[in-house]
Design a protein around this ligand. Structure first.
Ligand code: PBG
Length: 325
C-alpha cells in the first residue's frame, strides 16, 4: 500500500505471457518483401562489398535463391536488374529480353507461388545513371514517362504481379496506370514509391545496382529530407492517380512521415528499409557492438508500429528465420 497517487503500468509487464497478451504490434514473415539483384552472365553470385549477405546473382543461381525464400515462408520479392549494356534512354529497361524481364519469367515459371514486384526505374539502365532521360542537361519529366510506361508494360508482359515505380517523375502513376490499362493489364496493381527522399542511406544500393548518377545528384526529383507537407502532397497525388500501395523510403529516419501517410490514406503502406540502414547494422554487428537479431527485429517492429503494413528489407531472410524460432 502507498499513499502516493500513481498508476502501476508494470502490472502488465510482469511475465512473458502477460506481455504477449498486451502486445500491440506483431511482425510476421508475410509482411516482408525481399529485394534481389539479378545480373547478366552465368555462375555469378557476387557478394555486394558494402552489403554483407546480399548478392548479385545470375539467372542460373536465381531459382536456388527463390527456393530458399519459399522454404523460409517469404512470399514476395522485388526485382532489380543490373544490365550489361547501358545507353542514353535506358533501353535495356524495357527490352523483351532484358535481364529483369528474363528474371521475372523465370521466377513465375519455376517458383510460381512467389509474388513478383518489378522496380520500375531507368537509373540502372541509363549511361548517365539518372532515373529519367536527359534533354539539354535536365531530366525531361514528360518524355521520361514514356520510357517508364514502356518499362512497366514490358515487366507486366513478362509476368510481374505488381509494378513498383521508383523514379519520382511527376505523373508516373497516372502514366503507368494508363499504359497498363491500355495494354490489357488493368488487374496489375501499382506500388508507388510515393514518398522517396533524396537520401544518403541509398549509398550501398548504388554499389549493388551500379546506378550512381554520373553527374549531379537526384535532388531535382527526389524529395528534400526536411519536408513533411510535401510528402503528403506527393502521396495525395499518387492516390488520385490510382496507386494501390504507397511506399515511404527510407524507413528508419522517416517513421514520422509513415505515421502521417498511414493516418491520412487508406492504402496499404510499405516501408522501404534501405541499403544504408542494412549496412550500418551489419557493420556494427560484425564488430560485436550490437546484437543483430534483437536490433533488426526491434527496428522492423518499429516500422510496423509507425503504420507500415509491409516492409521491403534486405533482412527478410534473417528475420524470417528468427521469427520461426
Ligand atoms: C532506383 C532505386 C534506388 C533504390 C531503390 N530503387 C536508388 C536510388 O534512388 O538512388 C534504393 C534502395 C536502397 O538503398 O536499398 N531508383
Amino acid at each position: 500500500m502507498n499513499d502516493l497517487n500513481f498508476k502501476r503500468h508494470r502490472r502488465l509487464r510482469r511475465t512473458e505471457s502477460m506481455r504477449a497478451l498486451v502486445r500491440e504490434t506483431h511482425l510476421q514473415t508475410d509482411d516482408l518483401i525481399y529485394p534481389i539483384f539479378v545480373v547478366e552472365g552465368s555462375r555469378i553470385k557476387n557478394e555486394v562489398a558494402s552489403m554483407p549477405g546480399v548478392h548479385q546473382v545470375s539467372l542460373d543461381y536465381l531459382t536456388e535463391e527463390m527456393n530458399e525464400l519459399v522454404d523460409l515462408g517469404i512470399r514476395s520479392v522485388i526485382v532489380f536488374g543490373v544490365p550489361q549494356e547501358k545507353d542514353e534512354v535506358g533501353s535495356q529497361a524495357y527490352h523483351e529480353e532484358g535481364i529483369v524481364q528474363r528474371a521475372i519469367r523465370q521466377i513465375k515459371e519455376e517458383t510460381p507461388s512467389l509474388t513478383v514486384i518489378a522496380d520500375t526505374c531507368l537509373c540502372q539502365y541509363t549511361d548517365h545513371g539518372h532515373c529519367g532521360v536527359i534533354r539539354e542537361g535536365d531530366i525531361a519529366n514528360d518524355e521520361s514517362l514514356e520510357y517508364l510506361t514502356k518499362t512497366a508494360v514490358s515487366q507486366a508482359e513478362a509476368g510481374a504481379d505488381i509494378i513498383a515505380p521508383s523514379n519520382m517523375m511527376d505523373g508516373f502513376v497516372a502514366a503507368i496506370r494508363r499504359g497498363l490499362d491500355e495494354a490489357g493489364y488493368s488487374h496489375i496493381p501499382v506500388m508507388s514509391y510515393a514518398v522517396k527522399y533524396a537520401s544518403s542511406f541509398y549509398g550501398p544500393f548504388r554499389d549493388a545496382a551500379h546506378s550512381s548518377p554520373q553527374f549531379g545528384d537526384r535532388r531535382a526529383y527526389q524529395m528534400d529530407p526536411s519536408n513533411r507537407l510535401e510528402a503528403l502532397r506527393e502521396a495525395e497525388s499518387d492516390v488520385e492517380e490510382g496507386a494501390d500501395f504507397l511506399i515511404v523510403k527510407p524507413a528508419l529516419a522517416y517513421l514520422d512521415i509513415m505515421r502521417e501517410v498511414k493516418d491520412r490514406f487508406n492504402l496499404p503502406l510499405v516501408a522501404y528499409n534501405v541499403s544504408g540502414e542494412y549496412s550500418m547494422i551489419k557493420a556494427a554487428a560484425q564488430n560485436g557492438w550490437v546484437n543483430e537479431q534483437e536490433i533488426v527485429l526491434e527496428k522492423l517492429t518499429a516500422m510496423k508500429r509507425a503504420g507500415a503494413d509491409l516492409i521491403i528489407t534486405y533482412f527478410a531472410k534473417d528475420a524470417a528465420r528468427w521469427l520461426k524460432q
